[in-house]
Each structure stands twice: as structure tokens, then as C-alpha cells.
Design a protein around this ligand. Structure first.
Ligand code: GDP
Ligand code: MG
Length: 366
């Protein structure tokens, strides 16, 4: 995991590392280079790249992931300097990979493929110029000596095929709501910023459940688990969905894919909105404001429980101020204090989920 950190922009390396771990990358090294500005053709300086190249060889590293956005030609230039078979990915491609792992509907999957094609579209020219061949990252596999116009024509064709497939889908509507009816139990979706603790919570609950009961929906197994909460008046079951996180500073090309993937949770019966109360108040407030906005834009009407997570790392004073901020933005929603890491407050949250689901069920059948 590498980053070129410049003074005017916040560091993204922790966020990107956390996304990468969430989808199964084993992060071996985190390297941050501070510079006045990014290097014009390779983002990191040449000396740093030599250093990384050594590491890549020593540790047999497969991927070098940039927390920065790399302009079109840089990926290939960097890849060349790092040598060997190492794959270079930037923040936006990683985000798309996260979306892809979390997406449940065909529509979202297609939007993601479309975004990837659009995002890498202009890379073709650079890549051809540098290598004279086409690589997998620009949507083609296998070598060949294609002229640029041919690449472009083919890429455009692929894009319009995807667009046509999407138009077709809108007519059919592959909705998660239908799945819910087939599954026979309600859906509880996790929302909130990347790094707020959603996957930690998901794994905590999912580890207690065997991965059964999703029937024909085995493709959901990485993102959805059935959870059973026992109580005196019978068990409550629901499907817990680990959706994509909200992300700051998203590249415009991938926004649509984001909206579609996030839009899947508008069908949820209940949303658990994760907020990291260990964060600085200014970060917290900024994120609360944009969460509120994003959920509205996505058309979320589901009931929300705010999970004030990471109470283990917030002082009492800080926690109180954080709760006040949460109350300003989500005044109608219940707020529960938890630590997904230590498990504190989790049972309490489960009881709350059960009672909220009962209320929703009553309302829906009324
Ligand atoms: P996600 O991006 O929302 O899925 O967040 P993750 O579950 O991947 O968590 C991001 C980071 O926060 C990880 O390093 C977790 O170990 C840490 N984390 C999650 N929940 C807690 C918590 O309750 N307390 C503390 N101290 N750390 C937590
Ligand atoms: Mg996660």
C-alpha cells in the first residue's frame, strides 16, 4: 500500500488499506512518501520506486496499491518501473473492486463494469504507446499489436453493449425486494463510512452462524448472512447485509456505480448506520452531514438505528459531544452505543434490532 502525501490533501492510506483488507488483500507494507507535490509522471519519486521495487522482489508482492488517484498514463509508467509481474492499482480501481465484491444485483454489477471501462478508457492510448499491446486492465486480455483506433472502437462497443444490457434490466428489475420475499426473512443492511466498523460487526455476528439458509442465493454468501436472535417468545431471524461504505472524494466516473450499489439497501427493512465516535469531531460532523445527504439522495426510507461504534476508544467527554452531533443529524433515530471490536453493547443492539423489526412487520401488515 503506497501513498504520495502532499500538504493540501488528507492522507487516504489508512482508508484504502482498510478497504483492501475488507475484500481479502493481505497488506504487507504501508509506505507513505511526503512530497511538496506528486511526481509528474510516476506519483512517487523515482528513488522511492526503486525502494519499492526491491521490496516487491524480496517479499514476492503481487499488487502495489496507490492510495492516490493515478492519471491515465501513470499506472503503466509505475508498473514498468516496478518491473516483473506486479500489478498496479489506484484508489479508484480498488473502490470499484470493493463495490464489485459487495454488489448483489445484476444492475450494480453492470454499472461497476461500465465504470471500470470508462475509467480505464483513456489508458488505452498510453498503454499502446508504451507497450504496443493491450492488457487486461483496459478490458482486453492477451497480447496483440492493435492500433489505437481499433482498441477505441472495441472499447466503445463494449461500453454500448453494457449500456444496452442495463436498459434491458431496468425493464425487468432484478430487485432485492423480490429476493427478500423468496428468502422469507427481513433484511438488515449496514451503512456508514469506510472504517466505521461495519465488517467487524458483520464478522462478529456471522462467525456465530453457519453459512446456510441462503438457498439458491449462494452468491450472496460473502455479503449476506442469516442471523438468529433467540428470545423467550421465539427466535427472530434476519439477513444481515454488509453493504459498501460511503467514501469521500469519489471520482465522478464511479459515482453512478456507487449509487446503484448503495441503492440496493433502500430495499432493506432496517439500516444500521455505523458512526465512528472515536474520530475527531470535525471529521465526524462532516461525515454525518454527507451521510444524511447521501441516504436521502439514494431514496432510503427504511428505519435507521444509529450505531455509535468504537466507544472503547472515545473518552466520556468526547462520546457525549459525538452523541450530540449524531442527534443533530439523525434526531428521529434510536442511537445505540457499541464496540464492534470488544462486543460491548452488541447484545443490546440485537434486542433493539428485534424490536424494530417487529414494529416494521406490524406496520407492513397493517
Ligand atoms: P468498515 O470499513 O466499516 O467495514 O470497517 P472495519 O470493520 O473494516 O473496521 C475498520 C477498522 O476499525 C479496523 O481496524 C477495525 O479493527 C477497527 N474497529 C472496528 N470496530 C471497532 C471498535 O469498536 N473499536 C475499535 N477500537 N476499533 C474498531
Ligand atoms: Mg467493510
Amino acid at each position: 500500500m503506497v501513498e504520495c502525501k502532499v500538504p493540501e490533501l488528507p492522507s487516504r492510506v489508512e482508508e484504502v488499506a482498510s478497504m483492501a483488507r475488507n475484500i481479502g488483500y493481505d497488506v504487507l507494507e504501508v509506505i507513505v512518501q511526503k512530497r511538496k507535490s506528486v511526481h509528474h509522471s510516476t506519483c512517487l519519486g523515482p528513488g522511492k520506486l526503486v525502494e519499492i521495487r526491491k521490496l516487491v522482489e524480496e517479499k514476492d508482492i503481487e499488487y502495489v496499491i496507490f492510495a492516490n488517484t493515478l492519471p491515465s498514463s501513470q499506472v503503466f509508467k509505475v508498473q514498468r518501473q516496478l518491473g516483473g509481474d506486479v500489478k498496479v492499482i489506484d484508489r479508484n480501481l480498488l473502490i470499484l473492486e470493493v463495490f464489485d465484491k459487495r454488489a448483489m444485483t445484476k444492475e450494480a454489477k453492470l454499472q461497476i463494469r461500465l465504470a471500470r471501462l470508462r475509467y480505464t478508457f483513456s489508458w488505452g492510448r498510453e498503454f499502446l504507446r508504451l507497450e504496443g499491446i493491450l492488457g487486461e486492465q483496459v478490458g482486453w486480455s492477451g497480447p496483440g499489436d492493435y492500433p489505437y483506433s481499433e482498441y477505441e472502437r472495441e472499447a466503445r462497443k463494449r461500453i454500448s453493449r453494457l449500456e444496452a444490457e442495463l436498459r434491458d434490466l431496468y425493464r425487468k428489475k432484478d430487485l432485492i425486494r423480490e429476493r427478500r420475499h423468496e428468502l422469507g426473512f427481513p433484511i438488515v443492511a449496514l451503512a456508514g463510512y469506510t472504517q466505521s466498523g461495519k465488517t467487524t460487526f458483520f464478522n462478529r455476528l456471522a462467525s456465530e452462524e453457519k453459512n446456510v439458509g441462503l438457498g439458491p442465493f449462494t452468491t450472496l454468501s460473502t455479503v449476506a448472512r442469516r442471523v438468529t436472535v433467540p428470545s423467550n417468545d421465539g427466535n427472530t431471524q434476519f439477513m444481515l447485509v454488509d453493504s459498501i461504505g460511503l467514501i469521500e472524494d469519489m471520482h465522478p466516473i464511479i459515482l453512478k456505480a456507487f449509487n446503484t450499489t448503495l441503492g440496493e439497501i433502500t430495499q432493506a427493512d432496517l439500516i444500521l448506520l455505523f458512526v465512528d465516535v472515536g474520530e475527531d469531531l470535525s471529521d465526524l460532523t462532516r461525515k454525518l452531514a454527507s451521510t444524511d445527504k447521501t441516504l436521502r439522495q439514494t431514496g432510503v426510507t427504511s428505519r435507521i438505528i444509529v450505531c455509535a461504534n468504537k466507544i472503547d476508544r472515545a473518552s466520556q467527554d468526547h462520546l457525549e459531544m459525538a452523541l450530540k452531533e449524531i442527534g443533530r443529524y439523525f434526531s428521529g433515530a434510536p442511537v445505540l452505543q457499541i464496540s464492534a471490536l470488544t462486543g460491548k453493547g452488541v447484545n443490546n443492539l440485537l434486542s433493539k434490532i428485534v424490536s424494530e423489526l417487529k414494529e416494521t412487520a406490524v406496520k407492513t401488515s397493517a
